[in-house]
Ligand binder design. Structure first.
Ligand code: BES
Ligand code: MN
Ligand code: ZN
Length: 465
């Protein structure tokens, strides 16, 4: 698989000059006469994403002018270089040294690498791209590592369930672990019962044996520092179970392991950067399938933690498998516990596909994360663990209800359900969508990471590394 990388510096690289709309006049005044005239003829005004290639008399590309827009335009869109890179002819490009003050070279260089992401596993021909020389002042290896993690997230999500079942997800974790000298342990199939992970087994048992069997995948890395545990929802396909999803809602459910993909991406960033912490990743990997052994609406399940759960909807399976994984995570009391999951349709209705909704009771962590999200151009939005809604997850005949009737505040009640399994730990939960609906700069239509980069940037502050 190709990995995202910058081009090596070369004399032949084509210079990219960037200007805001406000400074366009002065910017053009500094350009050679022929370039300025050509820009004026072409109506180049520095508008966001405007891209003008200028040719030499011999017909080669002499330079590229790029518009960084007005302040208002920059609020509406991000990753201008990615927008441009997708339209540039193949070749090697170099950022000119002078850049507008608000131009973030790190984010833009990252965006360029993202513009090169394609999910081409099933394509018979590959495409060649415009390459960027790592800009001066950008930590090439660090940005490439962020990009590699995001490519991993996207590949995992985009791969259809036939080729990304529980066993394939386990192999992906093992590959990542091998690269970084991490260890992996998997509890498979019936062993989930003897080791007391009843909910993971119950949700996954209808999917069959061997490759599709339910499992709990655990990866550990690092030997010193604070302890961080990441839990990711690994539902490799979500049919809804016996409460079968209608076709329109099932179509995209290969992405229901998006939480697992995101925590693996975050783990990849952490391990590449060698953050001084002890990392544990837990992924309950299952398929929510329909067959004779499927669990049923009305069943009452006993979780690892001992809390009983009335199944009011087999389509609320994510919180079930996460509950057992969170209970395990909690047993050795990590300094910080984070879960990521494509948990509810309600989260998407609330904030749309672009924002990653997150929950925490820790004000400091919320502030740190929100700030890092801005720095990293990885937007998040805080949601409330609204305790008065606790009564909604308490049904008549068990401790908990996996699908409250009425369905109001569906993302919040799901988050409250998870919080029940985390004792009083410092806990953060993401209810992400993991999918980009349309082509956008640096984010082609398809699987996408949400919140992992913001978290990566926030960790040093949150864990005092
Ligand atoms: N994987 C889905 C949530 C989902 C659906 C995420 C669409 C993104 C897009 C989850 O397992 C689910 O089906 N949740 C139900 C819960 C309900 C039955 C309480 C939902 O959100 O409808
Ligand atoms: Mn579901
Ligand atoms: Zn699901």
């Amino acid at each position: 698989m190709p990995t995202p990388s910058f081009a090596l510096p070369t004399e032949a690289a084509i210079a990219i000059h960037v200007t805001t709309a406000d400074q366009c006049k002065e910017f053009l005044a500094d350009q050679p006469d022929a370039v300025r005239t050509w820009a004026q003829v072409q109506g180049f005004s520095g508008g966001w994403g405007q891209c003008l290639t200028v040719s030499t008399p011999e017909g080669n590309i002499d330079r590229v002018l790029v518009g960084f827009g007005t302040a208002a335009q920059r609020k509406r869109q991000r990753f201008v270089l990615a927008a441009v890179a997708e339209t540039l002819p193949a070749g090697t490009y170099n950022l000119s040294e002078r850049m507008p003050a608000s131009f973030d070279k790190n984010i833009e260089a990252y965006g360029w690498l993202m513009s090169q992401y394609r999910f081409d596993r099933y394509k018979s021909s590959a495409q060649s791209d415009a390459q960027l020389v790592a800009p001066v002042g950008v930590d090439r290896t660090a940005i490439e590592a962020l990009a590699a993690a995001e490519w991993l997230i996207r590949d995992l999500i985009n791969t259809p369930a036939e080729d990304m079942g529980p066993a394939a997800l386990q192999e992906a974790v093992e590959r990542l672990a091998n690269t970084h000298d991490a260890s992996v342990k998997t509890i498979l199939g019936e062993d989930l019962l003897t080791e007391n992970f009843p909910l993971i087994h119950t949700v996954g048992r209808a999917a069959g044996d061997e490759d599709r069997a339910p499992r709990l995948i655990e990866m550990r890395w690092g030997s010193a520092g604070p302890t961080l545990t990441l839990v990711g929802k690994g539902v490799c396909f979500d049919t809804g179970g016996l409460n079968l999803k209608p076709g329109g809602s099932m179509g995209l459910m290969k992405k229901d392991m998006g939480g697992a993909a995101n925590v693996l991406g975050l783990a990849s960033m952490i391990m590449s950067a060698k953050l001084p912490l002890r990392l544990r990743v837990l992924i309950p990997a299952v398929e929510n399938a329909v067959s004779g052994p499927a669990f049923r609406p009305g069943d009452v399940l006993t979780s690892r933690k001992g809390l009983t759960i009335e199944v009011n909807n087999t389509d609320a399976e994510g919180r079930l498998v996460l509950a057992d994984a969170l209970a395990l995570a909690t047993e050795d009391r990590p300094d910080l516990l984070i879960s990521m999951a494509t948990l509810t349709g309600a989260a998407r209705v609330a904030v749309g596909a672009d924002l990653a909704p997150f929950y925490t009771d820790n004000e400091g962590d919320a502030a740190t994360l929100s700030q890092s999200a801005i720095t990293m151009a990885d937007p998040v939005w805080r949601m409330p663990f609204h305790t008065p809604y606790e009564s909604q997850i308490e049904p008549a005949i068990a401790d908990l209800d996996n699908a409250p009737s009425g369905g109001l505040a569906g993302s919040i009640t799901a988050a409250l359900f998870l919080r029940r399994f985390t004792d009083d730990l410092r806990y953060m939960h993401f209810d992400i969508y993991g999918w980009n609906q349309s082509n956008q700069p640096a984010r082609r239509k398809g699987g996408v990471g949400q919140g992992a980069r913001a978290l990566f940037a926030a960790l040093p502050n949150m864990l005092k590394l």
